[in-house]
Design a protein around this ligand. Structure first.
Ligand code: ZN
Ligand code: ZN
Ligand code: FE
Length: 753
């Protein structure tokens, strides 16, 4: 072969190659290698044709992989040989997009080059809080309609100045086709107000804000996908004031600080540091260090701190002066995050003192995502939103256009078509009409953006969920109810592309069962076409039904009374008024106002109450969290649980666990040891049950899903024991364990089940 003769190659690249500066990268690379041809964006991926010397072409192909832009991800690269065409130049061709397949990139944290731009003396963007480029900045939060062009975003009203326009048009510039490109000359501006709407005059509103925060003031700060409520995290009186005003007595508050300061307050492993500093920039739950730097009431009684790094230029500029900020969602309890100024002034009145806002409207609400890491199970997402949504999730099979409406708490919806699912960002607890409104708005947008007309709508089996009623009110002809825990396990299988039959462990708080009872510790056997429930925790009574969820001590009393018809002489029992004890006794005797549940979450509640750890809760899963954090003993002891054969399946009776705990308290065993023994007990009965099921069904793969797996002790302990016992555990990476993931499971089971 004559190496001097030119060759022509067509290269097809799939992965995350749009909105990340991939075409300019290819263009520059082709110039460097003196190649001619073109590059083109399509809905399937990026196509490239190059013509030139064979060695240059080979180098070029190698460099596509080795030198690709930071936020690009190459999933596959396919090369074909073609006869030469005699191209004269290298050009960027007009994009070719299929109907409805437009990719909308998530918002990305400010890149290092932009960070330099805003700090370097002499740079025209020094101190400019809306600096961005093709590698970073707002995307999802500013888009109105597709395709993603400036006129279709909230940047439409800002006309680019000459300098910005030149950057935008220059293929070799980092800001080539950066839709939100802006500078102090032409872009959005920040402004500071008192909460009574009075403007605060300041040469630099950001510096002024930093000063106010240092004085202990509480400030609403407009971010990418909504307002945050911020205060100095080292100032205890500011933090307690924020808690009191927001009506949030216990729930941990998220922090923001620079990467270099993280190790001062939390343990940070290498993979965690990389993840924190990623373009997704989520809140990562890190192990707290003993330190006096932070206000004690940030995350009381919690061994973890939720930390994120500054991810917008506004944050970076604030952190010139600040070290640690509380950054919590800017909303009133249970309402969606505030995104516009008028709403902010109205709804955060009485909570914040000042508002740092700007004139770039937020089109789409987008909360901070929350992630945890463990060496055994890698990263799990607790809240999937900014940085992740609306990235598509690949499915193992083709689906008809389907909408999954999700659950009630931590709700999301999912739209799927063919082999792709679009899971919405976290919307919130659908318990009020504001959240429902936000849900419907986002749904309408997804429909438009992805041009997806659902032919099937899937909803939870629970008749009273707002999402169920919403599904029933749509005009979509085919409506399918999907059992909550079946959806949980299906979501886990789908994101792992597993089509085999598995044992599924759905450990959860609440889910409506096919028998009308409240499920929540379910062992399933099946695959993505459907599941059978083959084992579960025994049914126990909830006095007053689901209303008892906020009062764990009532569940504790009921579980003790129901399993042995008596109450032990424990401090927690004595701490309850006689009239209340009687009322529960009467409910059990008369069967009046009782619901029955196999929920693992409720067992956690009962044990936490019996231990005297938790009487009442103010946020979901509070008792389970307190019990998890208490379980620091390395004991291998556990309480026995009888596994009975019943109705062709197995029933796990926790009576001996409940009474074992009571006995240990009387014996004076340390609370820490009892909490650890309780965790061990769940792992033990789970492994025992899995072994019985393996014998019966000959299945080794075990999928784990459900909100209870947010408990790391439980997740890691179970994964470890499953492996040790020859099982192959399958767990979540992309979709939450909690109800934020069930919409994905719903679409699959509705279409295939
Ligand atoms: Zn940038
Ligand atoms: Zn400009
Ligand atoms: Fe659930």
């Amino acid at each position: 072969m004559n190496t001097r003769l030119p060759v022509r190659r067509r290269i097809f690249v799939k992965g995350i190659v749009q909105g990340v500066g991939f075409r300019p990268f290819i263009y520059r690379l082709a110039q460097n290698h003196k190649l001619r041809g073109w590059v083109l964006n399509s809905s399937k991926g990026v196509f490239v044709e190059v013509e030139g010397a064979v060695r240059q072409v080979d180098d070029f192909v190698r460099s596509i992989r080795s030198k690709s832009p930071a936020n690009a991800r190459i999933d596959s690269l396919h090369i074909s040989k073609l006869p030469c065409k005699g191209y004269k130049h290298f050009t960027i061709r007009e994009s070719v997009m299929d109907r409805g397949s437009t990719l909308i990139s998530p918002d990305l944290a400010t890149c290092s080059e932009c960070r330099e731009d805003i700090t370097k003396p002499g740079n025209r963007r020094k101190g400019y809080p809306f600096t961005n480029c093709t590698n970073c900045g707002p995307r999802y939060s500013i888009i109105k309609i597709t395709p993603y062009d400036r006129i279709h975003t909230t940047m439409r009203s800002f006309k680019m100045c000459r300098d910005c326009a030149l950057e935008y048009q220059d293929v070799l510039d980092r800001r080539f086709h950066a839709q939100p490109n802006a500078c102090p000359e032409c872009g959005p501006k920040v402004a500071l107000y008192r909460i009574n709407r009075q403007p605060v005059a300041a040469e630099s509103p950001i510096d002024k804000t930093a000063g106010l925060l240092l004085q202990g003031k509480i400030v609403a700060i407009k971010g990418l996908g909504g307002f945050h409520i911020a205060c100095d995290a080292t100032n205890e009186s500011a933090v307690t004031r924020l808690r009191r005003r927001k009506g949030r007595p216990h729930k941990p508050l998220a922090l923001m600080c620079r990467l270099a300061d993280v190790p001062r307050v939390a343990r940070l492993t290498k993979p965690e540091a990389l993840y924190l500093a990623s373009a997704q920039a989520p809140i990562l739950l890190l192990q707290k260090r003993k330190t006096r730097i932070l206000a004690p009431s940030i995350a009381p009684g919690n061994p973890y701190l939720g930390i994120m790094l500054p991810y917008t230029p506004v944050h970076h500029l604030l952190f010139k002066q600040l070290k640690f900020l509380v950054m919590t969602s800017g909303n009133r309890q249970d309402e969606p995050v505030t995104i516009d100024d008028a709403e902010c002034f109205a709804s955060l009145h009485g909570i914040v003192d000042y508002v740092l806002t700007n004139d770039r409207p937020i089109e789409n609400r987008n909360d901070d995502s929350i992630v945890t890491y463990s060496p055994l199970t890698a990263f799990s997402i607790l809240r999937r939103s900014r940085g992740y949504a609306p990235d598509p999730i690949d499915l193992p099979m083709k689906l008809a256009p389907t909408l999954g409406c999700g659950g009630e708490l931590k709700s999301t919806f999912c739209m799927a078509r063919s082999k792709t699912a679009y899971l919405s960002p976290h919307i919130g607890d659908l318990e009020n009409f504001d959240t429902l409104h936000a849900y419907q708005q986002t749904l309408e947008k997804y429909r438009r953006w992805f041009e997806l007309e659902p032919e099937v709508v899937a909803h939870d089996l629970h008749p009273d969920y707002m999402t169920t009623r919403f599904a029933k009110s749509t005009r979509i002809a085919k409506k399918v109810a999907v059992q909550h825990h079946f959806a949980h396990i299906a979501s886990c299988l789908a994101e792992n592309l597993v089509e085999d039959r598995v044992i599924g462990l759905a450990f959860d708080g609440t889910g409506y069962g096919t028998d009308g009872k409240i499920w929540g510790c379910e062992f399933l056997v099946g695959d993505l076409t459907g599941f059978d429930r083959v084992a579960h925790l025994a049914y126990l009574p909830l006095p007053g039904g689901e209303a008892s969820i906020r009062h764990p001590y009532r569940i504790g009393l009921a579980y003790l009374l129901y399993t042995r018809k008596q109450l032990p002489n424990l401090p927690f029992v004595k701490g309850t008024r006689t009239s209340e004890r009687r009322a529960i006794e009467q409910m059990l005797e008369t069967d009046f106002n009782l619901a029955f549940t196999s929920s693992l979450g409720r067992l956690f509640d009962a044990i936490a109450a019996i231990l005297g750890v938790t009487r009442e809760i103010t946020f979901e899963a509070q008792a389970a969290m307190q019990l998890e954090y208490l379980a620091t003993d390395r004991t291998v002891m556990s309480y026995p649980a009888e596994i009975r054969h019943e109705d062709g399946g197995f029933v796990i009776d926790p009576a001996e666990i409940i009474w074992g705990v009571a006995t240990d308290i009387k014996r004076g065993l340390r609370t820490e040891t009892i909490a650890s023994k309780f965790h061990n007990s769940i792992i033990t009965f789970s492994i025992d049950t899995c072994k019985k099921l393996r014998q019966e069904y000959n299945i080794r793969k075990v999928a784990l899903s459900g909100g209870a797996f947010q408990n790391r002790l439980l997740l890691e302990g179970l994964v470890r024991e499953l492996k040790k016992n020859g099982f192959a555990p399958i767990f979540h990476q992309k979709v939450p364990y909690n109800d934020g993931g069930i919409a994905l499971g719903q679409v699959i089971l509705a279409d295939r089940g």
